[in-house]
Design a protein around this ligand. Structure first.
Ligand SMILES: Cc1ncc(COP(=O)(O)O)c(C=O)c1O
Length: 401
């Protein structure tokens, strides 16, 4: 054993592919290269001034000490009324906790509920961190493929077929990162029905619930039935809807024994999320509805614009993203083609590297999300950048032979 040997556990921990590409694109930009970065997992808006002011006045008032691990009573009460008023979900106080983003909530949930060899069904394309977190906790990710040609629909029958006596959990993420897919109420209901009589937990990552476009509706999984409510761990937070990614605020709602375990993990690790951020989070939840609606409408306009540009080019298959701020076109028909420099593109990683290095547009290869046919474009940036980026992408594709 060497002094700097890592634990066996670390073999499962890969650096985040999305963060890596974002970092490379940012570095190129810093070096003066005119890169269009379409990899962002956050909006380009600033946190509302009232939220910032709330944090500074909380600091000035001395709210700079440890808080309860679950968060202050005031914040949890506000989260409780938000779940009730915004989503019609009635949670008791001991069914709620706050975490350093949904990410930490998920990580702790895996540690709290997964035993070695437990199976966790994860629909693909998936958010990059789910399989890694499951593996760190000792569980086994069981991937359920969904297809671009079916709009990334999660077929309830396919879920049913993957259930074994070892299935512990199903992770749902609608609206989805990276596809923008929003599952229908009918399909979610059918999934809920097929879980009845089992002890399978559903983790519903609803971080993009405020970003759903046109006539589509967001349905919290826990709202589907009493049985669904009982088995669902609902995850939400302020990162995407309130432009607060750096503040690290997530909400978890679940059965009280699970919440208690999450509190113990929080208490033994981080202690609590930042004290004055908790005051600011109350202000965030108090923001007039119109502010969040402005964000949604801006994103909708951007989505429409990107789709209009990309779909003009009829060869691109692009399932309509009805939520979140990503589109996930299938570009696999360009695999096997040669770049102007003579390199043959084999997969989404090659394509993303070509786009970044030769066309100066950064996207994330679909392989990071378990779907190598696609790449992810984020439309959480201004229209001018999006238009420029989309045209660069199209022109780079048409240069392939
Ligand atoms: C699907 C999904 N879940 C969770 C997160 C993490 O959110 P948070 O900032 O609340 O940790 C992200 C962020 O990109 C995400 O896309």
């Amino acid at each position: 054993m060497a002094v700097n040997d890592l634990s066996k556990r670390m073999a499962k921990v890969k650096p985040s592919a999305t963060l890596a590409l974002n970092a490379k694109a940012k570095q190129m930009k810093q070096d003066g290269v005119d890169v269009i970065n379409l990899t962002a997992g956050e909006t380009d808006f600033s946190t509302d001034e009232s939220i910032q002011a709330s944090a500074t006045s909380a600091m000035a008032a001395g709210n700079t000490r440890y808080t309860p691990a679950h968060g202050t009573v005031q914040l949890r009460q506000r989260v409780q009324t938000w779940f009730k008023e915004r989503w019609g979900l009635l949670y008791e106080m001991d069914q709620l906790t706050v975490t350093a983003g949904v990410k930490q909530g998920l990580f702790n949930l895996m540690l709290a509920t997964i035993n070695p060899e437990d199976e966790v069904i994860i629909p693909a394309p998936y958010w990059v961190s789910y399989p890694v977190m499951v593996e760190i906790a000792g569980g086994k990710p069981v991937i359920l493929s969904t297809k671009p040609e079916e709009g990334f629909r999660i077929n309830p029958q396919a879920v049913k077929e993957l259930i074994t006596p070892k299935t512990r959990m199903l992770i749902l993420n609608s609206p989805n990162n990276p596809t923008g897919a929003v599952q229908t109420k009918d399909d979610l209901e059918a999934i809920a029905k097929s879980l009845e009589g089992t002890n399978i937990l559903v983790v519903s990552d609803e971080i993009y619930s405020e970003l759903v476009y046109r006539d589509k509706a967001f349905v919290p999984f826990a709202s589907l039935s009493a049985d669904a409510f009982r088995r669902t761990v609902t995850m939400n937070g302020l990162s995407k809807s309130h432009a607060m990614t750096g503040w690290r605020v997530g909400f978890v709602a679940a059965d009280k024994s699970i919440i208690k375990a999450l509190g113990s993990l929080m208490g033994q690790s981080v202690s609590n999320i930042t004290s004055f951020v908790q005051d600011a989070s109350i202000t965030a939840l108090d923001l007039p509805k119109g502010k969040i609606e402005e964000t949604r409408l801006t994103m909708q306009e951007r989505r429409d614009r990107v789709l209009a540009i990309l779909t003009e080019y009829e060869d691109i298959k692009i399932p309509t993203p009805n939520g979140a701020f990503y589109c996930f076109p299938d570009l696999s028909r360009w695999y096997g083609k040669k770049t102007p420099k003579g390199k043959t593109l084999e997969n989404s990683q090659d394509l993303a590297s070509y786009l970044l290095e030769d066309a100066l547009v950064a996207v994330v290869p679909g392989s990071a999300f378990g779907e190598d046919r696609c790449v992810r474009l984020s439309f959480a940036t201004d229209l001018e950048t999006l238009e420029k980026g989309s045209h660069r992408l199209l022109s780079a594709l048409s240069s392939l032979t």
